[in-house]
Design a protein around this ligand. Structure first.
Ligand code: FUC
Length: 802
């Protein structure tokens, strides 16, 4: 009996062990099978506990949605980027401008500054600040509420993921042996958000779909033939909106209800297609276009007709064409653990799993940019396109003392040039209202704006003392146009779009700069270093921005042969204070006077603008200023908001300190990154995601100084790797491979014919440099680390270390 018993026990044990092993294998392979790109997938084993920390974003530029993934109730919050309160139609909207001219008040502040050198922000805001009635807020459009009767509130085999390589979010769970899947994506080619609900057994899909909106608008909602149409207008400004959700069931029944919801019962699967729009138009001064009904209806009709398979195929093709251009290998290995755990276990880049997070974070920035910035809509705002509130932080607007600019830093370097179109369209549209502001505030020609703007051409002032005054914002944005030209060498763009915007921004400063009685130099006055210190004349950042723009305009005018304007700008440049001074403790001064406090750790390090994104400072050409910038940066420390840390990645990269740049990336991941890998200021603010992606690209390739610098700031923690598809100024696409911290191979694909300069320490050793097409060696001119060669348009040049 005893022996028999133990044999039975052992057999039982073996049986259970085997069964367990099979189950485990099955579970693992199931988990693997559902991700096509495990290294580029964010995933979680629970529904989102809240929108901000755990929601997974999808978007097609104009529309966005956040996937929470509740099993029994799935709340898909969505946005359409033009749905804003404020602007024309909103009580008192005045573009931030008073009725009379402010030029006299500006002159009075200038006179006061000439006497007293510095003024408290409150005093200047008292003289120049404006109330901002009708400024407005970016709005949540509403929610698709999906309720699944009988579904559990939680499920064991639960997985919610976002595949960055295909831009598809997915939810999986099992109940009573049935596996349920929901796929979500936002299609740019078809202009809709698509959800598919399936089960692996027929007849198992049952749910109700409804649309909800906040109560700050009128609403009518009807359901007809599985289509929910919801329309109305915002109470604040009368902006019309419409959303349509088409539910298409395969098998089972679909019923419309009187309350405007649609129910599907016993289907094999169902597809939901959402379109949304408003009667907003990016057109000064009324900002109104046609009623959104026809366009929304046509889009949803066409997508419904096309069907899920073709919608998905075209979406993946469109998205992949952009995303696939860049790959990054820094020696990462993605562990099979949820992304929130990957983040919480992150220890600063020492392990292959840490590097998996870093590489994922880099590509996430590219994913977010493609998803929130495509031609035909507004640019990415403080939250990209994602916002669940009707009163979001900072109105989820366009701050232009760093934030909007930073959003577009990764566009050109990470080969996503097309995503800049909404930014350029938007800034173009600011010129007309910005001319009124330049005239009103300074009595100047040209255009500008100040701290912040909205989709309603707000180019005037607000009243917040420590931030409202940023008159160089127009110049900064205009320099970004020229930088886009430097990447693309697109002369049609330069002549037709960039130059008029740049010239207008420069014109404003030709008129508005004043002579500083201290030294006879031209300065901005009043001038303010963002959100920091007193008002003065000629703060470093103000001067560096205007100086940078004038240099750009002078070069552009030379290319375009606008000699008359070039002469004016060159004459002003000769008298302009460049905003570069080394102070008593070796720091780069933040103000014209040596007021810097070595203990100050403010998040803005604006006086390093000339280092990044400007290019007046470089360790190679201006080593003294670079050393001073380093002293300032060290003193400010490694803290700050998310965007501040992201900026510091680039600062350190441009000082060629890869380890410190990497440390800033680590700080950002540790302290300023939410479990869904959104950057947090706090709160959630997307600029830091974009800034970090740009910063990583700066660590690997730089080209701001007229030549391509290969691996200028490679950290010791990334000894081996390869990046493919980064862009350098001069229309060059690069692949770079390295090992043991040294360049091994560089492929340059040149879009334009001309001289290309390269800097690499590989040139001091043995190397081959050949034209890939012919296999023939190419003559390089120069010595040491810097070489130049004559590239063909469409050329491919390979450098190999021997
Ligand atoms: C700038 C920053 C703030 C915040 C705001 C939206 O003014 O200084 O920290 O990011 O933008």
């Amino acid at each position: 009996m005893r022996a028999g018993n133990s044999v039975a026990k052992i057999t039982k044990r073996i049986f259970f062990a085997a069964a367990f092993a099979v189950l485990a294998l099955f579970a693992a392979s199931w988990a693997q099978a559902q991700e096509r790109s495990p290294a580029l997938t964010l995933w979680y084993d629970k529904p989102a506990a809240d929108w901000e920390h755990f929601g997974l974003p999808i978007g097609n530029g104009a529309m966005g949605a956040v996937i929470m993934g509740g099993v029994a109730v799935d709340d898909v919050q969505f946005n359409e980027k033009t749905l804003w309160t404020g602007g024309p139609g909103s009580p008192g909207y005045d573009f931030g401008l008073p009725t009379g001219s402010l030029a006299g008040a500006v002159a009075a502040v200038q006179a006061e500054l000439n006497k007293s050198t510095r003024l408290p922000p409150e005093e200047v805001a008292g003289a120049l600040g404006q109330k901002s009635p009708g400024y407005g807020d970016y709005q949540t459009f509403g929610d698709i509420m999906l309720t699944f009767p009988g579904a559990p509130s939680a499920s064991k085999a639960y997985r919610r993921s976002l595949d960055l390589e295909h831009a598809v979010a997915r939810l999986r769970y099992t109940k009573d042996g049935v596996r349920y899947t929901r796929d979500y994506f936002a299609s740019y080619p078809d202009g809709v958000i698509v959800i598919r609900i399936t089960a692996d057994r027929p007849g198992k899909v049952t749910f109700t779909a409804a649309l909800t909106v906040p109560d700050n608008r009128s609403v009518t909602r009807v359901a007809h033939s599985g289509r929910i149409t919801e329309s109305g207008a915002l109470n604040d400004n009368g902006l019309k909106y419409e959303a349509q959700l088409q539910v298409i069931n395969e098998g089972g029944r679909c019923t419309d209800a009187d309350d405007g919801s649609v129910s599907v019962t016993g289907a094999d699967s169902a597809v939901l297609i959402l379109g949304a729009g408003t009667n907003y138009a990016l057109r000064y001064p009324d900002y109104r276009g046609p009623d959104p009904h026809d366009a929304v209806q046509a889009r949803v009709d066409a997508a419904a007709e096309k069907g899920f398979v073709r919608l998905l195929r075209d979406h993946e093709k469109d998205y992949g064409r952009l995303f696939d251009r860049v790959t990054l290998d820094i020696g990462q290995r993605m562990p099979d653990e949820p992304t929130d755990m990957l983040l919480s276990r992150y220890r600063g880049g020492k392990s292959a799993a840490d590097r998996a997070l870093e590489a994922l974070f880099f590509q996430y920035g590219r994913y977010l940019l493609i998803s929130s910035s495509r031609a035909g809509s507004l640019p990415a705002n403080l939250q990209g396109v994602w916002n669940s509130s009707d009163t979001p932080p900072w109105n989820a607007d366009y701050h232009v003392n760093i934030n909007l600019q930073m959003n577009y830093w990764p566009a050109d370097p990470t080969n996503l040039s097309e995503t800049e179109t909404p930014f350029l369209d938007f800034v173009d549209s600011l010129v007309a209202p910005g001319q009124v502001s330049a005239e009103h505030v300074f009595g100047a020609k040209g255009w500008t704006l100040f701290l912040n703007t909205d989709p309603w051409g707000y180019t005037g002032l607000i009243a917040w003392p420590t931030a409202f005054w940023q008159p160089e914002a127009g110049a900064w944005l205009a320099s970004q146009y020229y930088d886009h030209y430097r990447f693309t060498l697109d002369k049609t763009f330069l002549a037709g779009r960039a130059y008029p915007v740049m010239k207008g921004a420069a014109q404003m400063w030709l008129d508005a700069l004043v002579v500083d009685p201290r030294d006879g130099k031209l300065v901005v006055s009043p001038s303010y270093s963002p959100e920091h210190g007193p008002f003065s004349a000629g703060a470093s950042m103000s001067q560096q921005i205007v100086y940078g723009l004038f240099m750009d305009v002078s070069q552009a005018a030379k290319i375009l042969k606008d000699d008359v304007f070039r002469a004016k700008v060159d004459a002003a440049l000769a008298k302009l204070d460049p905003g570069l001074r080394i102070g008593s403790w070796g720091q780069l001064q933040e103000w014209k006077e040596d007021w810097d406090d070595p203990k100050d750790d403010h998040r803005h390090v604006s006086h390093l603008y000339a280092l990044d994104p400007g290019h007046q400072i470089s360790p190679l050409t201006t080593p003294r200023y670079a050393a001073a910038a380093r002293v300032s940066l060290k003193a400010r420390g490694d803290g700050g908001t998310g965007w501040s840390k992201a900026w510091k990645i680039s600062f350190w990269a441009r000082l060629f300190d890869g380890d410190h740049a990497h440390l800033m990336l680590a700080q950002q991941l540790r302290e300023s990154t939410l479990p869904n890998l959104w950057d947090t200021c706090p709160p959630f603010q997307i600029d830091g995601n974009f800034g970090a992606t740009a910063g990583i690209s700066e660590m690997l390739v730089q080209s701001q100084s007229g030549f391509i610098n290969i691996l200028p700031a490679l950290p010791h923690d990334w000894p081996n790797g390869e990046v493919r598809g980064l862009k350098a100024r001069g229309d060059v696409t690069l692949d770079v491979a390295w090992s043991e911290g040294k360049v091994r191979r560089v492929l340059l694909v040149t879009g334009h014919a001309g001289q290309i300069g390269i800097r690499s320490d590989a040139f001091s050793g043995r190397f081959a440099f050949v034209d890939q097409a012919s296999g023939r060696p190419i003559a390089l001119v120069g010595k040491g680390e810097r070489r130049t060669f004559l590239a063909k348009s469409g050329g491919r040049y390979l450098m190999t270390v021997l």
